[in-house]
Design a protein around this ligand. Structure first.
Ligand code: SF4
Length: 197
C-alpha cells in the first residue's frame, strides 16, 4: 500500500505526487521504491481528503513537509489547499522541499501564493553553475532551469520566513561555490547527504 504521510522525527512528510520537473542522476527513487520503509510509489495521486486523512492518522508532529518521491509544486493548487488546512487545523510549521522549477512550470511567479501558508522552502540548488546543474539534474528546461532555480530562491528569500538552498554532497560538487551562491541569493545553505529528507 503506497504511503502518503510518513514521520521522520517530529516532522510528517507528505508524498503527494511521483511526477517531477527534474530527472536527477542521484535521485533515490531510481534505486528504491521505499524510503524509511515506506513505499513511496503512488498508484494514483491522492486527493485532498486522502492527504488530510493521512495527516490526521498521526499525532505528535510539529512540522508538515511536502517532499516524497516527486515535485510537490507540480500540484500547486493541492499544496496550497493542504498547507492552508494544516495551518488552520494544527497551527504548525509547513515546509516544502522543492526543485525550484515551479515558476517555469507554471509560467508565473508562484511565491506570493505561498505567503502565509508556507513557513519554509528547502530548494535544491545542487550546483554553482548551469553546466553542472544540467549534468546532475537534466532539467527539461535546459540552461533556463538553473537560472530559474536561482531566481526562485531569490524571490522566495524576500517573501518566505525561511529559505534554504541545499546541495547533495557529491564528489564533483564545489561546496564553497554553492554556499557563496546560496548566500548571495539571500538563502541559508545546507549540505544534504544522499538520503536526507
Ligand atoms: S527533483 Fe527530487 S524527486 Fe525529482 S528527480 Fe530530482 S531528486 Fe528526484
Amino acid at each position: 500500500m503506497p504511503t502518503i504521510a510518513y514521520p521522520i522525527g517530529k516532522s510528517l512528510y507528505l508524498n503527494i505526487t511521483n511526477q517531477c520537473s527534474n530527472d536527477c542522476t542521484f535521485c533515490i527513487k531510481f534505486n528504491s521504491r521505499t524510503f524509511h520503509e515506506n513505499d513511496l510509489f503512488l498508484i494514483t495521486e491522492p486527493s485532498f481528503d486522502e492527504i488530510m486523512a493521512a495527516i490526521d492518522a498521526f499525532r505528535n508532529f510539529d512540522e508538515v513537509v511536502f517532499c516524497g518521491y516527486g515535485e510537490s509544486l507540480l500540484r500547486l493548487e493541492m499544496v496550497k489547499q493542504v498547507a492552508a488546512a494544516v495551518k488552520q487545523k494544527y497551527s504548525i510549521r509547513v515546509r516544502i522541499n522543492t526543485d525550484g522549477q515551479a515558476n517555469l512550470v507554471h509560467g508565473r511567479n508562484i511565491i506570493p501564493e505561498l505567503v502565509g501558508i508556507v513557513d519554509s522552502l528547502s530548494v535544491s540548488l545542487n550546483a554553482a553553475d548551469a553546466e553542472t546543474y544540467m549534468r546532475l539534474c537534466h532539467s527539461p528546461f535546459g540552461a533556463a532551469g538553473f537560472a530559474a532555480v536561482c531566481d526562485f530562491i531569490r524571490l522566495a528569500a524576500a517573501a518566505i520566513p525561511e529559505v534554504i538552498a541545499s546541495i547533495v554532497l557529491l564528489p564533483s560538487i564545489n561546496v564553497e561555490a554553492c554556499k557563496a551562491l546560496a548566500l548571495s541569493l539571500g538563502a541559508s545553505f545546507r549540505v544534504r547527504s544522499y538520503c536526507d529528507g
